[in-house]
Design a protein. Structure first.
Lengths: 435, 185
């Protein structure tokens, strides 16, 4: 056997940056030929029952089809995580749990399964009867109109891929001491879906927008009636009334039967269980846009209406929930997104930001949607610090943590989007660090 | 004659099109009852504030029965209740985790208090009080945050006139975050 056929086809000398980062095209262009060594082990004895040694699922008929499918009973780890808080008394007093985070380390691709989409409500998930629910559009319009779910389903719909990220995602990284939380706990308020709905501009046109309307005030029908003010230009640009997520009706935790969806805006503005849109000449200054969801700056001023999200990326594999078992070639992969448009480029460093290599982006790249990046990495068993940084089509570059904190300080808890670091120890264990 | 018919036909066509343009394809006119059920917003200038009136003393009593299960009184210091949400006694508006940013230290508009608690509080039974009772709770919260006097009454005329200590503490970040707050390479 020639040396060529027997060796790993990936040329591990083809370095893209220091620390073992390889050319991003290597995994894509190479097919590792390991089939040559395969030989049949099937017994050729004519007297044996042929199923000897087979597993039960091969020997017995499977279960019946279901009206609504579940995943494998063995998939027990890929679950959402509820708010980490060790005080039972706190949870008891809060009456219920209002936060659940997506297991990003268990997912590949860019679409989050509906059952794993992160959840955030302020006073619980309402159990809405769709036949009794409606949306009214009123205020500075010629014709106040009412739409129920069946009316909305009659309109021409659009289906678009968008990410959703809570404004408070990654907030723990403002802390001075690095957290020991996992990828899921730090960054899990992030998901991606194909959303289907009616463009809000279509409905607003039918209502007849008054010239002095500048904002829309969106209110939910949930307990506490979530309320946000959104600029009218966003409403007329790409906002939609979403009624379906990945094809099926959106789930109760996502706003069943209808929600506002503001692509690229902080998640809280996409008001779920949407019941009222009031057109106004000014924002309403609800609690969620004054007391909360505002960013305290170092000069004691607070940023308000920080609506459009920044450019951001995270490495999802390898990450905290796994460890490297042996030296060798690993794929570094993760997600990048921008609230303004498309991701143009993602770079990865394994030496704490000293050298960077371009990654391969998996297309098609959608505007305001998660984009998956990947690059092969030869791990030689030494310490490494893994980082990713994204640049969007407008040239916005994801800042380092120092750059972000220099500008915005550590008094805020929202809109953290700096470069994130995973420390790989020589024994293969991975944990979050500041680097 | 022939031309005449065409003119009528075109006129009918145009007017029909106009009529359609004025109508919704599948929506129906929203009634005032639909709007009243769905729309609870109150603006900083007092627009949409309801009738009714409340005072600090009544607010203190309502607070004890409706709010104190989760929120401390001004002279209380239960750590769990502080974690749920501190309402009083915070001078510094830089409260980490936003929980120590109180009405007195942080909130820019007085109407937001009424707007929020009427729709969302008490947590176990939002909207279970009268407008006057919500005015009373608002009065109590503003008073214990050092903003209004013990004998001030709150109604749709007086509440919007209450000036909040941190009213000038906010900077608009839409459509762009101001240059000085942008992370620089």
């Amino acid at each position: 056997m020639s040396k060529n056929k027997n060796s790993l086809i990936i040329d591990t000398t083809n370095h893209a940056a220091k620390g073992g980062l390889l050319n991003r095209r290597l995994f894509l262009s190479s097919a590792i030929a390991t089939t040559a060594a395969l030989a049949t082990t099937r017994a050729a004895h004519s007297q044996e029952i042929v199923g000897e040694g087979q597993d039960d699922w091969t020997l017995y008929p499977g279960s019946d089809a279901l009206e609504y499918s579940n995943r494998s009973r063995f998939e027990v780890d890929s679950v959402k995580r509820l708010i980490p808080n060790d005080s039972q008394e706190f949870l008891d007093l809060r009456l219920t749990k209002y936060v659940a985070r997506t297991p990003l380390d268990h997912l590949l691709g860019t679409i989050t399964p509906n059952g794993l989409h992160f959840e955030r409500s302020h006073q619980g998930i309402p159990d809405i009867d769709p036949d009794k629910h409606f949306l009214v559009i009123h205020g500075k319009v010629k014709n106040p109109l009412k739409f129920d779910i069946s009316a909305l389903e009659n309109y021409p719909t659009v289906s678009r891929n968008y990410y959703m990220e809570c404004s408070g995602n990654s907030a723990v990284l403002f802390d001075e001491t690095p957290t020991d939380q996992s990828l899921q706990e730090i960054h899990g308020l992030l998901s991606g879906s194909e959303w289907t709905g009616v463009l809000l501009s279509t409905l607003l046109d039918e209502c007849g927008i008054s010239p002095d309307a500048k904002w829309i005030i969106a209110e939910g029908a949930d307990n506490g009636m979530m309320t946000r003010s959104i600029p009218l230009d966003k409403a007329l640009d790409d906002a939609m009334i979403a009624i379906r997520q990945n094809g099926e009706r959106i789930r109760p935790s996502q706003g069943y039967p209808m929600r506002l969806l503001n692509p690229g805006f902080e998640g809280n503005t996409s008001v779920k269980w949407l019941r009222s849109i009031y057109l106004s000449d000014r924002p309403v200054m609800s609690v969620q846009e004054t007391a909360k969801y505002t960013d305290m700056m170092p000069d004691d001023k607070a940023l308000q209406f920080t609506l459009e999200q920044d450019v951001k990326s995270i490495i999802t594999r390898p990450s905290s929930a796994m460890s490297l078992k042996k030296k060798g070639v690993y794929e570094i992969t993760g997600l990048a997104w921008s609230g303004k448009g498309k991701i143009a480029r993602v770079e990865v460093s394994v030496d704490g930001g000293n050298t960077w290599a371009d990654t391969a982006l998996e297309g098609p790249i959608h505007s305001k949607m998660l984009t998956r990046f990947r690059i092969p990495w030869m791990w030689e068993g030494s310490s490494a610090i893994l980082q990713s940084r994204a640049i969007d089509e407008f040239g916005r570059r994801q800042p380092s943590r120092k750059e972000l904190l220099d500008a915005r300080g550590t008094n805020g808890i929202y809109h953290y989007h700096a470069i994130h670091s995973w420390d790989v120890a020589p024994n293969g264990e991975i944990k979050h660090v500041y680097a | 004659m022939y031309m005449h018919k065409i003119i009528i036909f075109v006129t009918l066509l145009v007017s029909t099109q106009l009529a359609i343009a004025q109508e919704s394809r599948f929506g129906v006119p929203a009634t005032q009852a639909d709007i009243d059920k769905s729309f609870w917003s109150v603006f900083p200038d007092g627009e949409f504030l309801p009738d009714g009136e409340g005072n600090v003393a009544e607010g203190r009593e309502l607070f004890e029965y409706n709010c104190n299960i989760c929120h401390n009184f001004p002279d209380e210091n239960d750590p769990v209740k502080n974690e749920i949400g501190k309402l009083f006694g915070v001078e510094d508006k830089r409260g980490k985790a936003n929980l120590d940013q109180t009405i007195g230290s942080y909130w820019p508009y007085s109407t937001t208090v009424f707007n929020y608690i009427r729709r969302a509080m008490p947590l176990v039974a939002p909207m279970s009080l009268t407008n006057s009772e919500y005015y009373s709770l608002t009065a109590y919260l503003l008073h214990e945050n050092g903003i209004i006097a013990e004998d001030d009454v709150m109604n749709k005329d007086t509440l919007p006139k209450v000036e909040m200590p941190n009213k000038d503490g906010f900077v608009n970040a839409y459509p762009e975050v101001p240059e000085k707050y942008l992370a620089k390479p």
